[in-house]
Design a protein around this ligand. Structure first.
Ligand code: 6GU
Length: 222
């Protein structure tokens, strides 16, 4: 998979894309990340990327030329082009699973301004990562990248591990314990030491349900 990021702040990505699983996925040749500063594609003599809104009003609007020029340069087969904005569809695990099968993804991140409406003709999806306002799309595109890349076969060593993730099962995960068996008076539940795999499975399912009912009853509605 090739992921392109159109951004005015490519430096924001360095630590995230060069650490942990995302870095390893790249080292394995499963994914490649391409950072594009669309200011480089401005046609303005001062490299301006935004301008005042027609019709007046507060705030600036991202000009179409830098984004269109940068997109012309990317020129990959049938990319999913994702515009990050608070008005987009809410990102979720199902969307991450869908995107994890794509060959080419392009993220477009604006900052503190609106997008000229014509930019939307380049876009296949508009996505938000939650009901709060960020200063720009960069953190949202990194969040999405993390959720997507870990789902690509071969990225996580334990293939089974993400089939049991919260939200893949429709429930939150059950509690986990490791050694020591007792710590500061807190004991590991006996059932987990019983060696009875059927009982352990039943306990885990029950705990998942309990946790989901308490914390996220909305997940059980469907
Ligand atoms: Cl994708 N962008 C911005 N600017 N704010 C957000 C968001 C995206 N998702 C949630 N808040």
């Amino acid at each position: 998979m090739n992921i392109h990021y159109l951004t005015l702040f490519p430096e924001m990505y360095e630590g995230v894309l060069n650490s942990s699983i995302l870095a390893r996925a790249k080292e394995k040749g499963i994914v490649d990340y391409h950072l594009i500063n669309f200011r480089d594609y401005s046609e303005d003599k001062h490299n301006k990327v935004d301008d005042y809104p027609y019709g007046g009003g507060a705030g600036m609007v991202l000009k179409p030329e830098p984004i269109f020029n940068a997109m012309d340069k990317i020129n990959v087969e049938k990319p999913r082009v994702i515009l990050l904005c608070p008005q987009g569809s809410p990102f979720n695990q199902k969307m991450a699973e869908d995107l994890s099968t794509e060959e080419n993804i392009v993220f477009i991140s604006g900052h503190y301004e609106g997008y000229d409406e014509r930019i939307r003709t380049l876009v296949t999806d508009e996505v938000s990562i939650g009901d709060y306002v960020l200063t720009g799309g960069e953190l949202a595109s990194m969040t999405m990248t993390d959720a997507i890349v870990r789902l690509i076969p071969g990225v996580l060593s334990n293939e089974a591990s993400h089939q049991e993730d919260s939200f893949s099962t429709g429930m939150l995960e059950h509690p986990h314990y490791t050694r020591p068996r007792e710590y500061r008076g807190m004991k590991v539940p006996d059932v987990l030491i019983s060696g009875n795999h059927k009982l352990i499975e039943e306990w885990r399912t029950e705990e998942s349900l309990k946790r989901t009912r308490e914390r996220r009853p909305d997940l059980l509605d469907n």
